[in-house]
Ligand binder design. Sequence first.
Ligand code: ATP
Ligand code: MG
Length: 392
Amino acid sequence: MREIILIKNGELALKGLNRKNFEDALVKNMRHRISDLGEFKFIKAQSTIMVEPLSENADLHEAFERLKKVFGIAGLSRAVACEKNMDEVLHFTCEYLKDSFNMSRTFKVNAKRSDKSFPLKSPEICAITGEKILTDFPHLTVDVHNPDIIVTVEIRDREAFIHGNQVKGAGGMPVGTGGKAALLISGGIDSPVAGYMIAKRGIILTAVHFASPPYTSELAEEKVHRLLKKVSEYSGRLNLYTVPFTELQEAIRAHCPEDLFTLVMRRLMMKISSVIAKREGCGALVTGESLGQVASQTLSALQCTDDAALLPVLRPLIGMDKDEIVAVSRRIDTFDISIEPFEDCCTVFTPRHPRLKPELEKVIMAEQKVLAAFPEDIIEATAKAATLTVIG
Ligand code: ATP
Ligand code: MG
């Protein structure tokens, strides 16, 4: 039996003239994501892409699992390919879908005929296939409204494909079609989710993490690597810049009023991230902030941090509740890593009474005192000192 994967394009089907670029980007991403699983051929046809293993040892099962996480795909199914005649179609339908039929109670047949010269019309294909299934699997009944399994028979130009239920794809747009953005990633629950959501819109991610050893442990950094590895299953390979933040945090503690610690720290993060982001060709910064979640995420606090950024700040979680964010983090499998108890640089220096309605001028004055404690341009110097790790 010759098994393949059928990919149904997502939103990109809407993209008119841009469609080819989007499809090319999608194929490139798919190819890259399964490149270590053996040789595969990608064939584009009629708003589907066919992924066909070329070598015996190509791992179709794992390829299917990985492709479920590639953005730009609305749905995907494993299918069997056969010759375009009804004898073959009936034989392979009953053989290939045997296990699914045995586990189902109801079914429906759906036929698609892109080869209009095929002697039977779609309703006839459905009727003949349905009859054969009822004969071979007498425990099944037809249910056209809510079947356990939808059997699809596709008569294409060169051959026929048969498959059972389609699996939902990751949706969104192919990564790389929307430019690049820098994700500020902590070890928390929110920022990995924010990265996932922005990558879903077709954006390539570069990650920036601020580490303050010895206040923060190596384990905290390693946790960020593991979180990004999970995100990269969706976003594709990404660069992580780890920024040495200890000196600046100590300077904040030495020179700022305690109630402004967090805001000044967040402004410095924005400034340093902006330098790194521009250097990497990013058009925006991304954070996991959500309105009202903590003191540094009130409207006036966000105004303070925005003011320090040199690029637009995207906050995809801004209107989400914590439980909604947690639901996504569970789905993308980052939640269990996020809740591991390693201190990150924010928690170490958290003030007891953060300012809820900070005044921008006061925050800027406090920040200037911190920056003045260094002889050189500490923003540029710190951005330059960031170390690069490639993830995924
Ligand atoms: P998260 O769950 O993402 O840590 P949070 O709700 O704990 O978010 P904060 O700690 O105030 O909120 O951080 C807000 C945002 O600032 C984070 O979502 C992240 O984008 C960024 N951020 C916080 N700490 C760091 C860090 N150490 N390195 C890089 N970015 C950070
Ligand atoms: Mg945090």
